[in-house]
Design a binder for this molecule. Structure first.
Ligand code: B12
Length: 250
């Protein structure tokens, strides 16, 4: 066979596929405005994120911008990290970019005046992976729930204290580290010792999965943030944690 085109003969394909620009092409969608949001997250472009999110919001619903732009971009960043292409600085910049975009979407969503119920959310003790929790907060607020956001790296005692004090319909937790997810069981045990049986929806990564979360009382596994408002609605209507677990976790 004779080679007819020599123009790509010296291309290092490993370097091509390891570029974030390859990622951007890989996940390209139809909508240009959304594509720009996605690109800004992948490139960690904190300077332009405000402008591109506002432009996308002129065409699309905030929840669409969150799911098809911010979250899709962050999922691609997760892939780049997992494959050893992105390191801490790029990932951190991408996370900060996503958080700026999320805040703009949240402002645009606004909050219904009449509150439907109360939810306490937190990211596990020792864990700073709070992007999932932030999305959960935004979707809950947009659905009319009052959210008490305890933040990240929250000690077990503080979570238990907040549940005692605020008596939420639902408690939410996010964790990503194998070393931190165990605190969910500690929280559940502590609540049970006090006779509190609040449904405890948990999500995240690493070992946080259906079998781990359903291995302790109160735990309900949430694969996606969009489940949080549905679970909160069920909890507010009086469903027990067992019934909610059965409904969402089978
Ligand atoms: C972004 C990221 C970071 C960012 C976090 C920024 C931030 N503000 O969150 C930074 C750069 C700071 C970081 C730091 C570290 N990270 Co990191 N990080 C990631 C990465 C790439 C993506 C995680 C992420 O945010 N995904 C996007 C969000 C939106 O997804 P999510 O939280 O899962 O949320 C979705 C669902 O889970 C769900 N959900 C989440 N919570 C809830 C709650 C409820 C109620 C419901 C219903 C749903 C729900 O809804 C969301 C989508 O709809 C992962 C790799 C990966 N593939 O996941 C590693 C990863 C989690 N990190 C890891 C590690 C080891 C670290 C560090 C220890 C690194 C280091 N050597 O310093 C530190 C941790 C420090 C600490 N004490 O926490 C490991 C964990 C390994 C493990 N199993 O223990 C991972 C898996 C990478 C790896 N493969 O090694 N990290």
């Amino acid at each position: 066979m004779t080679v007819k085109d020599y123009s790509r003969i010296f291309v290092r394909y490993d370097l091509v596929t390891e570029s974030p620009y390859y990622s951007i092409k890989r996940v390209a969608g139809e909508n240009t405005a959304i594509q720009k949001v996605l690109e800004s997250v992948i490139l960690g472009d904190t300077e332009n994120i405000e402008e591109v999110v506002n432009a996308a919001l002129r065409e699309l619903d905030p929840v669409e911008v969150i799911y098809h732009g911010l979250l899709k971009g962050m999922n691609e960043v997760s892939r780049l990290w997992d494959e050893g292409i992105y390191y801490l600085p790029q990932t951190l910049l991408a996370s900060d970019t996503m958080l700026v975009g999320l805040q703009i979407c949240e402002n645009k969503l606004g909050c219904p005046v009449r509150k439907r119920g109360l939810v306490v959310t937190h990211t596990a003790e020792g864990d700073i992976h709070d992007l999932g929790q932030k999305i959960v907060n935004v979707l809950l607020r947009a659905s009319g729930f009052e959210v008490i956001d305890l933040g990240k790296d929250v000690p077990v005692d503080r979570v238990v204290q907040a549940v005692r004090e605020h008596k939420p319909d639902l408690l939410c937790g996010t964790a990503h580290l194998t070393t931190t997810m165990g605190v969910f069981k500690q929280i559940s045990d502590a609540l049970q010792r006090e006779g509190i049986s609040v449904p405890f929806a948990c999500g995240g990564g690493g070992g946080v999965n259906l079998s781990f979360i359903t291995s302790f009382a109160l735990g309900i596994y949430g694969k996606d943030a969009s489940l949080a408002p549905k679970m909160a609605k069920d909890a507010h209507s009086g469903m027990s944690w067992e019934a909610i677990r059965k409904k969402y976790n089978g």
